[in-house]
Ligand binder design. Structure first.
Ligand code: PLP
Length: 457
């Protein structure tokens, strides 16, 4: 693509020239880390920016550029980066030791807060990540029901362990990763999302179903939003058949509402998996749920139960003191509802601003979102989802999950304008203000102007 008269370089050319330190670090990383990155979502051509520090709504790269950040720690930083109360709690705990090799008061406080906030949480089992939480939840559901199969929705992401690697990206009959045994794939029944008839058919087809697991906000961080009436149907049908309903609220927890998507939609699952926001920006996760199901984790006086029916759960870093300190500090602030509501208001502002820019510039596309999670799609393939219209979602599913071919160029253009989006999406936080959102909308406007000048859109 040629540079337009107004710009000396194209977006691609300027990106390649503008971040020399990041480029150099990426060369070094490629020699040490497979693919040069430590999370597949951070992979970016020709190289990603390297981050030096993050504070509030901002991050700075190693070349000294400042960005408004919409990754917000893959959604973990609902309070923004380095919130003073969280930093203080981490520093205080670090000086007192980061691993007790024993029980601590903090883990009880952490569990109490979660139980007060999350409707289905009648007790709490801590893990070190969201992936561990979904792995453990599926195991607990199987142990509690004595059944072996799991229903999972196409396009839903629940971490990277074998069971949930099935049906994440198209083609859905090929797992996300190589190395998943066929025997594992056979225990996972894939069902299209938001489709009550397909769900009923799958539930009817087997009497060996332990659980249904779902991202309640929608597939892949809400890219394909959930239809509330489908969620209600899912709740009713699983309850009627005694199948355990697991909401994976690793992303939606504390973000859709203080009590997560289950509070937002007023639909209480049997079990829930949590991570991200709950650990205040450190690593941590949890399985919470109905006490009778959570009882599978409890040893009793019955040696036979303990050896043959219980789900033991080791894990060196479960509820480690540092994560517990950060989690308690963050959740104490989040419990008021103010951060969650603020982030949602900022998302609405941003969505409106982006859609106005798209309309004014005549660029096909849409910005949409729910709670404080927003998505943007531009280009001829982009769906028009300014309002959540569930009748059209089916046709748009592939594009919604994949993004459009212009997504990487849009991200580069936004980076050159001081905004770091996660693909063309992101998470708002309590640290994003109306001024920052306005700055972001202007950056979007400038980016689209440049893409139009280049003839990209
Ligand atoms: C809905 C959902 N579940 C589970 C996970 C896995 O969590 P973690 O990355 O902490 O293993 C993620 C991660 O992004 C997620 O979005």
């Amino acid at each position: 693509m040629a540079a337009s008269s107004k710009y000396d370089m194209t977006i691609e050319q300027e990106y390649a020239a503008r971040f020399p330190q990041s480029q150099q670090l990426h060369r070094e990383a490629a020699a040490h880390l497979p693919g040069g990155v430590t999370h597949m979502a951070r992979s970016f051509e020709p190289f990603p920016i390297y981050v030096d520090r993050c504070v509030g709504p901002y991050k700075w790269d190693v070349d000294g550029n400042r960005y408004i950040d919409f990754w917000t720690g893959h959604g973990a930083m609902l309070l923004g980066h380095a919130h003073p109360a969280v930093v203080e709690a981490i520093q205080e705990q670090a000086a007192k030791g980061t691993h007790a090799g024993g029980s601590t008061r903090r883990e009880i406080e952490w569990a109490q807060l979660i139980m007060e906030m999350v409707p289905c949480a009648e007790s709490v089992k801590f893990t070190s990540s969201g992936t561990e939480a979904t792995l453990l939840a599926l195991r607990a559901a199987r142990a509690a029901t004595g059944k072996s199969k799991i229903i999972k929705f196409e396009g839903h992401f629940h971490g990277w362990h074998d069971y949930v690697a099935c049906g994440v990206v198209e083609p859905f009959d090929v797992p996300l990763s190589a190395g998943i045994p066929e025997a594992v794939q056979e225990t996972v029944i894939l069902v299209p999302f938001n489709d009550p008839d397909a769900l009923n058919a799958a539930l009817d087809a087997s009497d060996d179903i332990a659980a249904v697991i779902a991202e309640p906000g929608g597939s892949y961080d809400d890219a394909v939003p959930s239809n509330p009436s489908f969620l209600a149907h899912l709740r009713a049908e699983t309850a009627r058949r005694g199948v355990v309903l697991i909401f994976d609220e690793v992303v939606t927890g504390f973000r859709y509402a203080v009590g997560g998507a289950q509070e937002y939609f007023d639909i209480t699952p049997d079990m829930t998996t949590l991570a991200k926001v709950m650990a205040g920006g450190l690593n941590g996760g949890a399985v919470v749920g109905r006490r009778d199901i959570m009882a599978v984790f409890e040893p009793t006086a019955d040696a036979h139960w303990n050896r043959y029916q219980m789900v033991p759960h080791p894990g060196t870093f479960n509820a480690n003191p540092l994560s517990a300190a950060a989690g308690v500090a963050a959740l104490q602030i989040i419990a008021s509802g103010v951060p969650t509501n603020h982030a949602q208001e900022m998302m609405d502002l941003m969505k409106r601003g982006f859609n106005e820019v798209l309309t004014r510039r005549g660029v096909p596309g849409c910005a949409y979102g729910r709670a404080s999670i927003f998505k943007t799609y531009i280009g001829a393939e982009a769906p028009r989802l300014t309002r959540l219209d569930f009748s059209n979602l089916k046709d748009d599913t592939a594009t919604l999950l994949r993004g459009t071919p212009l997504t990487p160029l849009l991200r580069k253009g936004m980076l050159l304008n001081g905004v770091d989006m996660m693909r063309a999406a992101g998470f708002l936080s309590a640290a994003h203000t109306p001024d920052i959102v306005e700055e972001t909308v202007q950056a979007f406007d400038r980016t689209l102007a440049r893409m139009q000048a280049e003839g990209a859109v």
